[in-house]
Design a protein around this ligand. Sequence first.
Ligand code: BDR
Ligand code: CA
Length: 315
Amino acid sequence: MTKILIDCDPGHDDAIAILVAAKRCDLVGITTVHGNSSLENTTRNALAICTLAGLRVPVARGCAGPLVAGVTHAADIHGKSGLDGATLPVPDRAPVDAHAVDFILEQAERHKGELVLAVIGPQTNVATALRREPKLATWLKAITIMGGSTTIGNITPAAEFNIYADPEAAAVVYASGVPIWMVGYNVTRETGFRQDEIERLRQGRGRTAAVIADLMQFYLDGQRRVFGLDIAPMHDVCAIFPFVQPDLISHVEAAVEIELAGRHTRGMTVCDLRNKRATGTGVIRDARAPNARVAVKADARRLIASVIDTVLTYP
Ligand code: BDR
Ligand code: CA
């Protein structure tokens, strides 16, 4: 089983990623960050999901805002609490004493060469950790990211939320030299729960699946209202799958750069998918060395079926 640490901003789809990683990976911890809602809310939500599902995983609080710009939250989709739509249990414990940045460093050093960092919110904690201890880049086995897109964004036509919410942090992470797996909105927008799949969860025997069904209904309604989608996209769990069932998402190696300055494109992941092989061809700029494996396609139906089967195993 892959050792994994999830850095997240729960968030409906973050909650699903936590449940899947806890069953199908060796989940060493959860760190929280600003993003879908305030840090206070995302931390409480992470603890509430752990309490609901009976997970004894340490949760560490992280950064409350991005490196440079102001905070961006996603209440239009995730509600005021960041996880609206169901009554969640009161958390049965507090976060651990360590800050998320220290917790990431400690776990990465302890599990040198083995730990995969799944970054499914804005990348502020990870960028801060890389700046504080550059050796982190050599300790990690990989960073798997839900963020960016090879095509359209969701917050702007060009930018996806997790990158848009802290582009300077994303730039640090993508330039870190750590092997990066990126799954972006181009794939995750099409990989989601249909209405009948939410009903399947509701009919499960466990309380966890019933609560998750209520959460997913709220989230699907938001996706219908805001984007006219008829599925509830499971963005974040797509970043876990390369380490669970690698055949379900296809990737290509590419150079990815973060746009920091563009008036219309700030927060865009500029992915070089030109397949340019020849060099020194004058006006056609050479490709830079690939720094990421970028997801281009998912077997969405099989992936979602696998997610539902996993959620249904919870009590
Ligand atoms: C990403 O943004 C958040 O709203 C989701 O949790 C996901 O991480 C999708 O753009
Ligand atoms: Ca998220």
